[in-house]
Design a binder for this molecule. Structure first.
Ligand code: 7PJ
Length: 268
């Protein structure tokens, strides 16, 4: 696989109802669309749209609610011609999102849901297979591995093989170690250290560490809005390790950091 001079930047667009606003569904869709446009302006190469939180402890959302959140946002953002990804665990949501103009299914369960492999093959879109131990509601309770890098690598290769067996083309598959998904600080750091090895597996790597909890563990419990430095450090490390795309909240700052890194590298 040839490596790009710098990884692509995927901007995160969350479509979740704002409990402080009484504007309801329409207002949250409008806010997400405006945020998507701002991220395009800031230099995003992709947008990742999600309507169900997978943060530690999050409660599940019904398919109908998730569809009502994300589909209007995808329909509108598809008009920008920006490549769009749908962050969902539900095959029905993925199908509707691809029909509405998305071109990647980003599944934190790595197509582990009922019928997911068959739907992914049918859709013919890009697929991101992410590693998670457990499920979002409880995954941070007591994560355990004997060899985190080896186990994550074996899982991702097994899911890629299962996807290809179901009919997903090899060229459409991305792998993601799933930073923060059923992992302690030690596990997250070991996985980041093992990124060069994961990047050598023959599939492009999508990497997401933006504002994640492990940064707070290394810096006095810094709240989510004060984790930019750590997020950029992780992004630069992932770029160095050969990741193909970095999923972030802070698109402008990350894109700038990656440009500076690429220029330094190019100068010899
Ligand atoms: C990730 C994701 C990630 C992929 C989330 C958060 C939690 N999808 N969806 N990789 N994280 N592929 O952004 O903090 O790391 S939601």
């Amino acid at each position: 696989m040839t490596q790009r001079p710098r990884p692509l930047v995927m901007g995160i667009v969350n479509v979740t109802p704002d409990s402080f606003s009484d504007g309801g569904r329409h207002a949250s869709a409008q806010a997400a669309i405006a945020h998507g446009h701002a991220l395009v302006e800031a230099g995003a190469d992709w947008l990742d749209i999600g309507g169900e939180s997978t943060r530690p402890g999050a409660e599940p959302v019904s398919e109908a609610d998730e569809l009502a959140r994300v589909i209007p946002v995808i329909e509108e953002l598809a008009r920008t011609n920006m490549p769009l990804s749908i962050d969902t665990m539900k095959p029905g949501v993925a199908r509707a999102a691809i029909q509405a103009g998305a071109s990647m299914w980003n599944d934190v369960t790595a197509l582990g849901g009922p019928g997911a492999l068959g739907v992914a093959a049918q859709l013919g879109c890009q697929i991101c297979l992410m590693h998670m131990q457990g499920e979002p509601r409880t995954m941070q309770a007591d994560p355990h591995y004997d060899d985190v890098a080896g186990e994550v690598e074996a899982f991702l290769l097994a899911r890629a093989a299962a996807a290809m067996k179901a009919g997903v083309s090899r060229e459409n598959i991305w792998l993601d170690p799933g930073i923060g998904f059923g992992k302690t600080l030690v596990h997250n750091l070991a996985l980041m250290g093992a990124l060069p090895r994961l990047a050598g597996l023959g599939f492009p790597i999508l990497f997401g560490a933006s504002r994640k909890r492990f940064i707070a563990s290394l810096d006095n419990d810094a709240p989510a809005d004060q984790r930019l430095g750590g997020s950029i450090a992780a992004a630069l490390h992932a770029a160095q390790a050969g990741a193909a795309m970095i999923r972030v909240h802070d698109v402008r700052e990350t894109a700038q950091a990656l440009k500076v890194r690429a220029a330094i590298q190019a100068s010899g």
